[in-house]
Design a protein around this ligand. Structure first.
Ligand code: FAD
Length: 195
């Protein structure tokens, strides 16, 4: 991995903002999560896995040396069960749900920027984030016309409209030139029980 330190005096070559300097990681990039998900799914199938979507597990019952996994689409008999439900575990496993909490992450997309503004704000069209505990993450849309911006507006879950307002204020601290650019989309990370 190639990393360059960017001093405050040079930082506008990387990000058009008055930050405190930073680092550029040459190999840093964005991942198309839907394509990644599809590739993982196909690989798992090629390795012999059988996948069932939209089958939320409601209960796991041990019977002797085996498990009955009760889903909304029926029951599965299994020798082993691996629970990998992250912070969305809910009542399925009180042990896990007490230990791993969901922290919602929100995103906004802006209307297309006026010509030339992206060249000033993000001249290298890079993925950019800061290093605070509650960090932000931002990138241009793939066609380079819109700014996408994500962060965690609050520890608790809030509605998309409230989140969008808080994210917009955060983004304007970084880039005051975006104050009057309108938000066209706002969304949050999808939770299991939102499906
Ligand atoms: C906005 C954002 C940006 C991120 N960026 C990065 C990054 O740049 N790099 C990085 O390394 N990580 C990043 N992460 C973190 C990374 O996405 C997570 O750490 C990772 O996805 C966790 O994987 P997992 O398989 O443990 O859980 P998840 O991917 O959350 O999968 C849990 C699955 O369990 C399912 N589930 C829950 N309950 C049930 C149930 N009862 N029955 C059936 N299914 C159930 C859910 O639907 C879900 O599909 C990011 C996360 C977010 C939200």
């Amino acid at each position: 991995m190639t990393v360059h330190v960017v001093k405050r005096a040079e930082q506008r070559t990387v990000v058009g903002s008055d930050y405190y300097g930073g680092i550029v990681v040459d190999e840093y990039g964005g991942l198309h999560t839907a394509k990644y998900h599809r590739a993982l799914r196909d690989l798992a199938r090629r390795c012999g896995a059988s996948l069932r979507s939209h089958a939320a597990v409601e209960r796991i019952k041990r019977t002797g040396t085996r498990f009955s996994v009760h889903t909304v689409r029926g029951k599965v008999d299994a020798k082993r069960v691996l629970v990998a439900t992250n912070g969305y575990t809910g009542n399925l496993s009180p042990f896990l749900s007490r230990r791993v909490l969901p922290v919602a992450s929100y995103h906004i997309a802006m209307e297309p920027l006026p010509p030339g503004l992206m060249d000033v704000l993000n001249p290298g069209r890079r993925m950019i984030s800061d290093s605070k505990r509650n960090l932000f993450y931002t990138r241009p849309s793939p066609d380079g016309t819109r700014m996408l911006f994500g962060s965690r507006p609050s520890f608790r879950e809030v509605g998309e409209r409230e989140a969008a307002r808080i994210l917009h204020a955060k983004m304007v601290q970084l880039w005051p030139a975006l104050r009057d650019v309108r938000i066209t989309h706002a969304w949050k990370e999808i939770r299991c029980d939102d499906r």
